[in-house]
Design a protein around this ligand. Structure first.
Ligand SMILES: *Cc1c(COP(=O)(O)O)cnc(C)c1O
Length: 392
């Protein structure tokens, strides 16, 4: 079954680049293509454009000074830089405190650092609702902690962490506080200025900007050690000729993000959640409490998410079973396992992530097709009827 409908509900994996962003980028490929460090005319427009982009990112996250923003190649590089810089600059401290639900860009790096003996890692668990175990967090903090890395919002469930309070606690032991704000940026107000957050990561392609560009916020006064050494770009903090088109695109995306109507997006998400919960028995929403306005993670008992996604795809609907890195392999997502999602639901989780491009018709399409898709998937497991009767 194929229709002309295309519903893209996988915006936490990546977003469509806004046409206005593309338009802002284009001159920097073919006209103003010079190197920002060159003194001739071909590069003349580049430095001012980079400056404007930096100010746009600064405004988006509420940074006080534009030199607190360093452009990078994306979220992964920003996270890597943050942790390695903290280990380099925090003399006598070699421990990292992080959470069980971080993006692989943080967790896999931490695993590696532990393996090579560079750092000791404390992975703080979460409860069923996705809340961080605060007792374990406090207990892990010590004068050995170089840096805490806790995400602002989770990519799979949308769960928002109380990073301001967590950062204040980190300060009591003199640790730096880094937050992976890749999913939070542009979706909720961040305002780092009055918070104890020292370092923050963001990425262009999660907010309708281009892929391969991101930024790192480093609070004024926080010691920094570059990941890339070489030229003097980014005040010597990130060597390499600037990705001028990408940075301009990120700046344009940052400006547009401030104008997005997230109340509308949240209303669409809530309608999707309520509609699915009403139409499909044995459905469980993962990650309670404060959530990003665009994200719904919902698990269907006795169904297999890969099969559901495949059938949705054939009707023109794109969603995800968790993080893009976890799907493809049949491993259940580390985030949902950390939330202790019951085994019967774990294999049947779907993530719908909306954006400002999402329409009513796209939500209608999911509500129209998914109940039948789940029902037919469950035909293979006759037990589900009995099971759902018991749990209803
Ligand atoms: C996508 C994502 C990243 C990685 O960002 P890239 O720009 O793709 O490297 C890191 N953290 C979170 C929470 C993400 O969602």
């Amino acid at each position: 079954m194929t229709t002309n409908l295309r519903a893209y509900l996988d915006n936490n994996a990546t977003t469509r680049v806004d046409p206005q962003v593309v338009a802002a980028m284009l001159p920097f490929f073919t006209e103003d293509f010079g190197n920002a460090s060159s003194t001739h005319e071909f590069g003349a427009a580049v430095a001012p454009a980079l400056k404007a982009a930096r100010q746009a990112v600064q405004a988006l996250i509420g940074a006080e000074f534009d030199h607190e923003v360093i452009f990078t190649s994306g979220g992964t590089e920003s996270n890597t830089t943050a942790l390695l810089s903290a280990l380099d600059t925090q003399a006598g401290r070699d421990e990292i405190v992080t959470s069980a639900v971080e993006h692989p860009a943080v967790l896999n790096l931490c695993q590696h650092l532990e393996k090579i003996g560079r750092a000791k890692i404390h992975v703080i668990p979460v409860n069923e609702a996705g809340d961080l175990d605060l007792e374990a967090y406090r207990a892990a903090l010590s004068e050995k902690t170089a840096v805490v890395s806790i995400m602002w919002a989770n990519n799979e469930t949308g769960k928002i962490f109380p990073v301001a309070e967590l950062a204040t606690l980190a300060k009591t032991v003199g640790a730096l506080f880094h937050t992976d704000a890749v999913q939070a940026t542009g979706k909720i107000a961040l305002n780092v200025k009055d918070k104890a957050i020292d370092i923050l990561s963001l990425s262009g392609h999660k907010l309708h900007g281009p892929k391969g560009v991101g930024a790192l916020y480093v609070k004024k006064g926080v010691k920094f050690s570059p990941l890339f050494r070489g030229g003097k770009q980014e005040r010597g903090r990130r060597a390499g000729t600037e990705n001028a088109p990408g940075i301009v695109g990120l700046g344009a995306a940052a400006k547009l993000a401030l104008e997005a109507d997230y109340a509308r997006i949240a209303a669409l998400r809530d309608r999707l959640q309520q509609g699915l919960a009403a139409a499909i028995p044995c459905a469980l929403v993962n990650g309670g409490g404060a959530r990003l306005p665009n994200t719904l993670n919902i698990a269907f008992g006795y169904a297999d998410s890969e099969a559901l996604l495949h059938k949705l795809d054939r009707t023109g609907i794109a969603a995800s079973s968790g993080s893009a890195c976890a799907s493809g392999s049949m491993e259940p997502s580390h985030v949902l396992r950390a939330l202790r999602v019951p085994p019967l639901y774990l294999q049947g989780a779907l993530r719908f992530s909306l954006s400002r491009d999402t329409t009513d018709a796209e939500i209608d399409a999911v509500l129209q097709h998914l109940p039948a898709i789940v029902a037919s998937a469950r035909e293979k497991s006759p037990l589900w009827v009995e099971f759902c009767k018991k749990t209803a």
